[in-house]
Design a protein. Structure first.
Length: 318
């Protein structure tokens, strides 16, 4: 399936240096904000009070969230748990209040707004638990990165593994840089979005690397730069279809998913935009600068045909 055909290859690599300088500056700013401002961690990481309440009918989450926020709490997480009548409320730690005092205060406010509410349970999630979640999240991120590097090295060659992982880490750091700069809440759902972006971005890189390998096998007289330009151009139609459909779904979550899904969808939106950019202009350019060549991917292979613009099969067709 394709929306259009491009008969002439677009010289993407001609602008690789400028685009990667922009990418490096963005990456450096993200690191700067992460170091100076840090991430605004959610209750799962910092600890806090978890309250579970139940209603006889479907709960009005915006009303509940507004009631709790009027008590002076920020970054309150309110979401359904199990059914639309069961609600979990996560409150950050308050220095001058115990967990029991927080629970009682919140319950009184909820009863004043709607008497049809019952306290199911309340518990304190200590900072130790939050630290374990943070460490577990970092281990998950490290495992994904290591797995991607091993996969790319086995499927392609170490030059492509290095360029691919740099491009993917570029996406992750920039996402976290946005959250640090704007001080958006970084929760477990956002971490899940970051991990999803890693897999999403590496998929795009693998598709482009596959096209590069195919072009090396098919067009013997092409230089490395021409092969990369041809591979990226040939992939444009697929890229537009894939990313547009994915972004449409993510955008619906961002606009209509409510506060629970907002930051998760925000992380995916940033990751998808920069994932396209990094796969095309970062991963491919780094592979080119690492002197990737035909012999890296084609073992003892000769060319089957030369590039023929008149041949539909030689054009940029997805």
């Amino acid at each position: 399936m394709e929306f259009f055909k491009i008969r002439r290859d677009i010289p993407f690599m001609r602008h690789a240096l400028v685009l990667n300088v922009i990418s490096f500056v963005t990456f450096a700013l993200a690191v700067f904000f992460l170091v100076t401002r840090g991430l605004h961690l959610s209750v799962e990481f910092t600890g806090g009070t978890v309250i579970e309440v139940a209603y006889s009918q479907a709960a009005d989450l915006p009303q509940i969230r507004g009631t709790v926020e009027k008590l002076g709490y920020e970054d309150v997480q309110v979401q359904n748990f199990g059914t639309s009548r069961d609600v979990i409320i996560r409150l950050p730690v308050q220095k001058d209040q115990t967990s029991a005092q927080q629970s009682q205060q919140v319950l009184q406010a909820l009863e004043a707004a709607n008497p049809d509410v019952t306290m199911r349970r309340t518990e304190f999630v200590g900072p130790q638990v939050g630290q374990e979640l943070a460490v577990g999240g970092l281990w998950a991120l490290a495992s994904v990165i290591a797995g991607i590097m091993i996969y790319l090295a086995i499927r392609f060659e170490w030059k492509y593994a290095v360029s691919g992982i740099i491009a993917n880490l570029h996406d992750v750091v920039i996402i976290m840089g946005f959250f640090a700069f704007f001080q958006w809440e970084f929760s477990l759902s956002v971490l899940a979005g970051v991990l999803a972006v890693l897999g999403y971005s590496v998929n795009e890189s693998v598709v482009i690397f596959d096209r590069i390998r195919e072009a090396f096998r098919r067009y013997r007289k092409m230089t490395t730069v021409e092969v990369i330009n041809h591979a990226i151009t040939a992939n444009i139609s697929r890229t537009i279809i894939t990313h547009a459909s994915t972004q449409a779904m993510v955008l619906s979550m961002l606009l209509f998913g409510g506060p629970t899904l907002h930051n998760f969808a925000l992380a995916l939106t940033i990751g998808i935009c920069f994932g396209i950019y990094s796969s095309v202009f970062v991963a491919a350019a780094i592979a080119m600068w690492l002197n990737a060549k035909r012999e890296d991917l084609v073992k003892g292979g000769g060319a089957r045909k030369e590039h023929d613009p008149a041949n539909p099969n030689a054009g940029a067709v997805v």
